[in-house]
Design a protein around this ligand. Structure first.
Ligand code: FUB
Ligand code: ZN
Length: 678
């Protein structure tokens, strides 16, 4: 059941926009992150990641220190591991967050994708060195988590709720699969399999095993991938086991933490999406990254198993995010409390969390939903998140990052208002909790695997990214070349070359923002093809079925700046509008529009002008339009009787949201009040 994604190796990106991003990842981001993981970037928060692996590898060689000499670390409320002040830093200790290992795995995954795109001896050497180090830390029984290897192996698998060893395993497995697929080298993949086998020895339904599951999801989807690449059903079964156990009563996490029954509310563990069994879940709740990673695993399982009940839960969860919990930027997570989804339509702009990893996870989920059923809303969301919430996470030079992606920023508030301390007005060089930067690197590096999905007789074009792809269709080889200038122009040429022997379909997504109906799209395509072609449309895709010789189809989606409003249940943006052009969301920045952006009004007929511009050497389309600013009050009183003060005309300049904060610190707004003309 379901569609496959077309593997990265079969898709060569030929796209001005994304090639630049991928080159940035290869030449700047990956080497920079290697330095960061080694704690060699001046002024950046330390990672300790490589340090921890080195210590664990040394431990592995030596007999473990006597337990009595061990003094346990203490944790801050955010889970950061610090050592009692009385103790000086000792080189042989674990430092940083308990999931620090995952940063190296994500980095390796990014290298794997980059090597597919561009062979690079230096990167290969770095990656092979990292893999040696990881394997040197692995225990004989396959166990591999530096926190417990360094601290106390007897404590492993005792805190699945908070201790992230299954999360680190998930990232290890994803890296192992990626590196194997990219290079054919299986050392890391084998390490992942050995860790999976070790996990199976300890967790599961059989007597003597713990009936546990991950506190932070990702192992579920990673196990599905491990199954697909190795063909070993035991990995699928373990992934399914984790999915099936989640939410069962009594809660495993209660047993593990000895929480007395009856304490707290009856339905807890929303944060971990463990409040109810996954098949019953309909609302996206809790920690947003965990949520979308879980839903991705569920969607994989639904596709592989063909189970309708699981598919139905996935559909409902996606729909819930899409209609009630999604920022216009493709961000998710309305509250920093628990880095979580908030209640429906609660999408504050200035306190938004919208973690970069959450947008990335949403792309994972959306792609997997496309594999379950080809409906354009999944690809629309994927595209939205990619060009906005994801890319905003990284500076244009690839050297600093956002963790949180707000839609409104006043720098003074970020510095002085504790409620906004999570919002940074400038990107950071690194983070103590550095989940986002290497996640970005692996996401951008693998962009080619999001363009298409395919079944035996249909190729779905989901994202209009320029590329060349080779595939087998209906028993013969076919080549598809996509020429695109997205996200700046809606013109796309798709050249298909087949041997003409069998009929198969190419299905083109009709982006929701294009305003094209299915009938319009069918008509536009029909005019370009001979009568033999069967052209139909459903769920936002135009299907063209024919025996393909060499043919080119031109699509010209209208891409122009428009005003967008949110559903009026979103209290935060009532009476406000944002500017969007095709898939790109725009924002106002202080550097272009002056201070006090809150006083700006957008006219309901702004007469946009679109021109090419440049930010930090990056070509963009910038937008100008007529706007207004409320005339400043002449008194200094805090309150006074209302009288209309009138407005002054002002030309407003918008730049793509993903480029904000690349020209120094300043205010930023995505939504502004509208001034409706009578
Ligand atoms: O817990 C691991 C990662 O750290 C999560 O995915 C992020 O949200 C951050 O909390
Ligand atoms: Zn993150």
């Amino acid at each position: 059941m379901g569609a496959k994604n077309v593997f990265l190796k079969n898709v060569k990106i030929r796209d001005e926009f994304w090639e630049k991003e991928m080159e940035l990842i290869r030449t700047e981001v990956i080497p920079y992150q290697w330095e960061a993981l080694h704690d060699r970037v001046e002024g950046a928060a330390p990672s300790y990641c490589i340090h921890n692996f080195e210590v664990a590898a040394r431990r592995n060689r030596k007999i473990r220190e006597e337990k009595g000499a061990y003094q346990p670390p203490v944790y801050t409320t955010t889970g950061f591991c610090v050592w009692p002040e009385s103790l000086e830093r000792v080189e042989e200790r674990f430092y940083g967050f308990v999931f620090q290992d995952s940063d190296l795995y994500k980095w390796l995954e990014a290298v794997a994708y980059s090597l597919v795109w561009h062979p690079d001896e230096r990167l290969t050497a770095m990656a092979d060195e990292a893999i040696e180090l990881i394997c040197a830390a692995q225990q004989e029984d396959g166990y591999l988590d530096t926190f417990y290897i360094i601290n106390d192996l007897d404590q492993r698998f005792t805190d699945l709720r908070d201790h992230h060893e299954l999360y680190c395993f998930g990232h290890l497995a994803e890296a192992g699969v990626a590196y194997y697929r990219a290079t054919g080298k299986d050392k890391l993949l084998k390490a992942a399999c050995r860790f999976a086998d070790c996990i199976m020895e300890h967790l599961g339904a059989e007597p003597g095993k713990k009936p546990g599951y991950p506190g932070h999801e990702i192992a579920e989807m990673a196990l599905m991938e491990l199954y697909e690449v190795t063909g070993e059903k035991k990995y699928l079964d373990l992934g399914a086991y984790f999915l099936n156990e989640r939410g069962k009563r009594p809660y495993y996490f209660d047993r593990e933490h000895e929480v007395p029954l009856g304490e707290k509310d009856a339905e807890r563990y929303h944060y971990h999406q463990s409040h109810i069994p996954v098949r019953e879940q309909r609302e996206a709740v809790g920690h947003a990254v965990r949520g979308v990673y879980l839903y991705s695993g569920m969607a994989d399982y639904a596709r592989i198993s063909g189970e309708e009940e699981m598919a139905e839960a996935c559909r409902a969860l996606f729909e819930n995010i899409y209609t009630q919990k999604l920022y216009i930027t493709g961000g998710i997570g309305g509250t920093h409390l628990g880095e979580a989804f908030s209640f429906p339509y609660d999408l504050p702009n200035d306190t938004a969390y919208a973690e970069t990893c959450a947008s990335i996870g949403l792309v994972f989920f959306a792609r997997r939903m496309l594999q379950l059923e080809e409906k354009r809303q999944y690809a629309d969301v994927m595209e939205l998140a990619l060009y906005n919430g994801v890319l905003a996470g990284m500076a244009l030079d690839g050297k600093s990052f956002f963790y949180v992606n707000p839609l409104e920023v006043v720098p003074e508030a970020c510095h002085k208002d504790e409620r906004k301390f999570h919002v940074k007005p400038v990107r950071q060089k690194w983070f103590g909790c550095a989940c986002c930067p290497p996640n970005l690197a692996r996401m951008i590096g693998s962009i080619g695997s999001y363009v298409f999905t395919e079944t035996d007789d249909t190729l779905f074009l989901n994202l209009y990214i320029g590329c060349e792809a080779v595939m087998r269709k209906a028993g013969s080889e076919a080549t598809v070349v996509v020429e695109s200038k997205f996200p700046w122009s809606g013109k796309v040429n798709v050249c298909v070359e087949g041997d003409g022997k069998a009929k198969w379909s190419v299905a083109f997504r009709i982006p929701q923002w294009s305003g094209w109906t299915q009938e319009t799209a069918v008509e536009k395509v029909r005019r370009q093809l001979d009568r033999e072609a069967q052209i139909t449309a459903r769920d936002g895709y135009v299907y063209v079925k024919k025996s393909w010789g060499k043919e080119t189809i031109c699509l010209d989606f209208p891409m122009k700046a428009m005003l967008v409003q949110a559903n009026d249940r979103v209290r935060e943006t009532e009476g406000q509008v944002a500017v969007k052009r095709g898939p790109v969301v725009y924002c106002l920045e202080e550097i272009d529009n002056g201070k006090d952006l809150h006083r700006i009004r957008i006219l309901d007929h702004p007469e946009f002008q679109e021109t090419w511009g440049m930010i930090q050497g990056n070509k963009i389309i910038e937008i100008e339009g007529k706007g207004a600013v409320r005339t400043a009050l002449s008194t200094r009183e805090l309150y006074q009787e209302y009288r209309s003060n009138g407005y002054e005309q002002k030309t407003l300049r918008w730049v793509p949201y993903y480029t904000w904060a690349n020209r120094g610190e300043g205010e930023m707004r995505v939504f502004s009040r509208i001034l409706e003309e009578k």
